[in-house]
Design a protein around this ligand. Structure first.
Ligand SMILES: Cc1cc2nc3c(=O)[nH]c(=O)nc-3n(C[C@H](O)[C@H](O)[C@H](O)COP(=O)(O)OP(=O)(O)OC[C@H]3O[C@@H](n4cnc5c(N)ncnc54)[C@H](O)[C@@H]3O)c2cc1C
Ligand code: FES
Length: 292
């Protein structure tokens, strides 16, 4: 029988008010914001997120979830700043996009379970749309460029780190320079062929899985549109490859109270499922747990 409750709750969460120290357009409708938040930054593990609100207004009333994109250290090597990358879409992200430096935001986090810290020979990260945001930390941890969490998680467990990243067009691809700098092997895909391959990311994943020698232990992590993740999950299941997905269901509280974020997750028996809160039991799930 599965446990009723999540292993990981918002137990180590901090809520802080902090001014924007960076808020910059980095690609079409895509921005990076930076805040000083050492309490949160020192605890974050790859795949976790924070909830964000504007401190000076109740519009919008409900916070929004954003994955932690980057952690920046101070001179003595302690995690001090968080970076979040967001796509301007609706109420909150439009308000953020026009916010000047110094505007105070309320953050609570780190939230959610994060990607597993499971060693492999070859990590393939598959991202679509704005789903690249949790991949910098994940790849950095796998390569051993940076360590995360409190207590600090093992890093340097992935010999090869690859990112397959797709968007509708070149102008929407964000953070590619940083992925290159981090040493990931990056394959870009666009729907219109404006850069990289004119292919869907799951098709590129299929090709890559066929090329990797059978004695290599491969892991796949994915984030993006649900239809893309479902396809990635299906490919991994066929090939018996360990795959984790980051579910992005809309959230209201982020801490397990409101049940606005549930996803259908398989239970012990065949044909059995239950609702799980993606904010505390997720957002990361093993791909074969999800009822797509
Ligand atoms: C764990 C997690 C991590 C996430 N990480 C990121 C991230 O790193 N970066 C990122 O950009 N996003 C991320 N998201 C998604 C992010 O939380 C949403 O994009 C964000 O909530 C959008 O907020 P908004 O207020 O701008 O849009 P909203 O106003 O909430 O609108 C969202 C969508 O709904 C549509 N919509 C809104 N109101 C209506 C209406 N009345 N009728 C019809 N359609 C409507 C909008 O057009 C838009 O497409 C994440 C989500 C989760 C759950
Ligand atoms: S967002 Fe409230 S329970 Fe998940």
């Amino acid at each position: 029988m599965s446990k009723l409750h999540a292993d990981y709750y918002a137990d180590s969460m901090h809520q802080i008010d902090t001014p924007l120290v960076r808020n910059e357009l980095i690609a079409e409708d895509t921005y990076v914001l930076r805040v000083e938040a050492p309490e949160i930054a020192q605890q974050v593990v790859p795949g976790q997120f924070v909830m964000i609100r504007l401190s000076d207004t109740d519009a919008p009333l409900i916070g929004r979830a954003l994955a932690v994109y980057a952690i920046l250290n101070d001179e003595s090597g302690h995690a001090k700043w968080l970076e979040l990358v967001y796509l301007k879409k609706g109420t909150m992200t439009s308000a953020l996009a026009t916010s000047p430096l110094g505007r105070v935001v309320t953050l609570w986090g780190p939230l959610g379970n994060g990607f597993a810290n499971r060693p492999c020979d070859h990590l393939i990260m598959v991202a679509g749309g704005i789903g690249q945001t949790p991949m910098l930390l994940m790849g950095q941890e796998a390569k051993g460029n940076q360590s995360f969490g409190k207590p600090t998680r093992t890093s340097g467990w992935g010999q090869e780190v690859e990112l397959i990243y797709g968007a509708r067009r070149k102008s929407l691809l964000a953070c590619v320079d940083e992925f290159d700098k981090a040493g990931f092997n990056v394959t870009l895909c666009t729907d219109d062929g404006s850069i990289g391959r004119q292919q869907l990311v799951p098709d590129v994943l299929s090709e890559r899985l066929a090329e990797i020698p059978a004695d290599k232990k491969v892991r796949v992590v994915t984030c993006g549109p649900e239809i893309m993740m479902e396809k990635v999950a299906e490919i991994c299941k066929e090939k018996s490859v360990d795959c984790q997905v980051s579910m992005e269901t809309p959230m209201a509280c982020g801490i397990g109270i409101c049940f606005s974020c549930v996803a259908q997750v398989k239970q012990d028996g065949p044909e059995q499922w239950d609702y799980k809160r993606t904010c505390v039991e997720g957002p990361i799930f093993d791909a074969d747990q999800i009822c797509w």
